[in-house]
Design a protein around this ligand. Sequence first.
Ligand code: PLP
Length: 356
Amino acid sequence: MKKHNFGAGPCILPQDVFKKAADAVLDFNGLSILEVSHRSKDYEAVMHEARELVKKALNISDDYEVLYLQGGATLGFTITALNMMRSTKKAGYINTGTWASGAIKEAKKAGIEVNVFASSEDKNFSYIPKNLSVPTDVDYIHFTSNNTIFGTQFKEFPKTDLPLVCDMSSDIFSKEINVSDFDLIYAGAQKNLGPAGATLYIVKKDVLGKSTSPFMPSYLDLKQHADKDSMYNTPPVFSVYVAMLNLQDLMANGGVEKMASKNQAKAKLIYSEIDSNPLFKGTAAVEDRSEMNVNFLLTNDALKDEFDATWKAAGIVGLNGHRSVGGYRASMYNALELESVQVLVDVMKEFSKKHG
Ligand code: PLP
């Protein structure tokens, strides 16, 4: 039976990408991609293409470096703070949930005085703070563009003249963005980019080497990575290779512009069902609802076991909500087809007919 993977990440990638990745495990120019030296010409070409494709996909100018590191977006919290620290050693953070809170915690550990100038913690992170009063006496501003756990997403980015930093782990490549608005963007690969293992950094060249942090291990210094063409040490070889395949696939299928309309169509389909079906209710503020992660609850808890059995029987996987929200979370990353969302919507409709 066909599976419909609504998992929050690691998650679905295009089937063609999986096939090509599997082929390369057995044969990448005569070797396995898993045994090839990262210093070989063949692999250098992979790294080069994987970096260039990010620039193409997001229309990034030569003022930026594209890097693939290890450590996940979690290490990105620290890398951000260390690399963006300047004279004030202060930064403004928006707290929209678990990952933003993690970034705040690590910035403090790195020696930044954090000003949390906006937060949605008062309502269990179910909305995006508005009417921001963005501080001006700090080194940089940090936010998380998509709140993977609570299912909210910035529709407009904060406005500031200060360097803007964003954790885009769960919505990068899902729509067009203006990279020139940012000094630093980082994202764990395991949603719209590739398998877990690589973390993407898009950093303005101007930012590199300007940190005032007294503590800067070489691996955490983005300048070291940029100077070595993202090969400062052994990169996450396989993850970068699959990211390259996935970006090739993205570009061959209309790029992020096309992806944005696909993602909008999926979001429209499921949110209209949630809004019209009395058995379900969304948890995020309507205007802030994420196109990537759709959180909803059953309005009648007594039906939980039966509903769970029903969606599982339809081949749906990964629909359980995060423990901090409960209910259900349908993650609909780029590779999830509209057809899979339709399967879920049909399950919800049928379930409601039976119990309405
Ligand atoms: N930031 C966001 C927005 C995330 O969704 C996640 C993981 O899901 C993380 C950070 C943590 O990423 P990693 O597990 O790559 O460290």
